[in-house]
Design a binder for this molecule. Sequence first.
Ligand SMILES: Nc1nc2c(ncn2[C@@H]2O[C@H](COP(=O)(O)OP(=O)(O)OP(=O)(O)O)[C@@H](O)[C@H]2O)c(=O)[nH]1
Ligand SMILES: [Mg+2]
Length: 255
Amino acid sequence: MPAVFVVFVGPAGSGKSSLVASYTKWLRENLLLRVAPVNLDPGADVLKYKPLFDIRSFFTIRDIMDKYGLGPNGAFIKASELIAERVNEILSNEPFSDPSRWDLVLIDTPGQMEAFLFRPSSSIFLKALRKLSNTVIAYIIDASAVARVTDAVFLWFLYVLIQVKTGLISVPVVNKKDIAVNPQLLKYLVEDPLKLAESVSGEGLASEIIPSLVEIAVRTRGPLRAVMVSALSGENMSDLHALIHEAFCACGDLT
Ligand SMILES: Nc1nc2c(ncn2[C@@H]2O[C@H](COP(=O)(O)OP(=O)(O)OP(=O)(O)O)[C@@H](O)[C@H]2O)c(=O)[nH]1
Ligand SMILES: [Mg+2]
């Protein structure tokens, strides 16, 4: 079976790079799988994993800022255009050039989602990736960023939009379980998202709109439930793996 590509996306600092590192380690040590971590973030500094392919060998955010006279945000947008322009060149490298050599390819992406994932150029990259092998999106929610119902709904709805935008099977992963600020809300989010709507209190726009947003989120989420993990402690990596496995089944491609 060719490799499964898992693309880690999520807001800045949610723990994408940390998860790629700890999930890679867990898969190698516990399941003895052939795992290829990939860094697609040209702004990454120090990584806790050794990427088999690193976009920084093509360009870094600093290179782009200097070459095109851009600020950091403009440089991330330019980087995502360059990734699309050079997609064939990128995908001619290991591990993409021979996906059958790998069980899982874990792809770390930039935290600036609006500069990468929500730009048209990311579709070009994801479409090319998907042609090579099964591709799943892992959407990371930062447990320490969920204090109120509106935080949970906002991050959950972003997940809906990502599915709409990419058209790919996506799995929701709540990271930083160890420093969750509102475990009860996260429990709802993972186990029973409709309860989020019931938790809205008071008047105003939030109480009017949140029940509808939650209803759409629940209707469109498919059969996959979120999992709660900690990249820092490595807790629940087996749940993450089970979810990604389940996602293949949803693709109909698990053979
Ligand atoms: N407590 C705790 N901290 C974590 C966990 N995962 C990541 N962190 C910390 O969160 C910060 C951001 O983690 P990264 O892995 O760099 O997050 P990222 O999503 O790759 O960040 P960007 O690439 O900048 O968007 C770091 O200080 C990590 O050590 C976790 O499970 N628990
Ligand atoms: Mg990162």
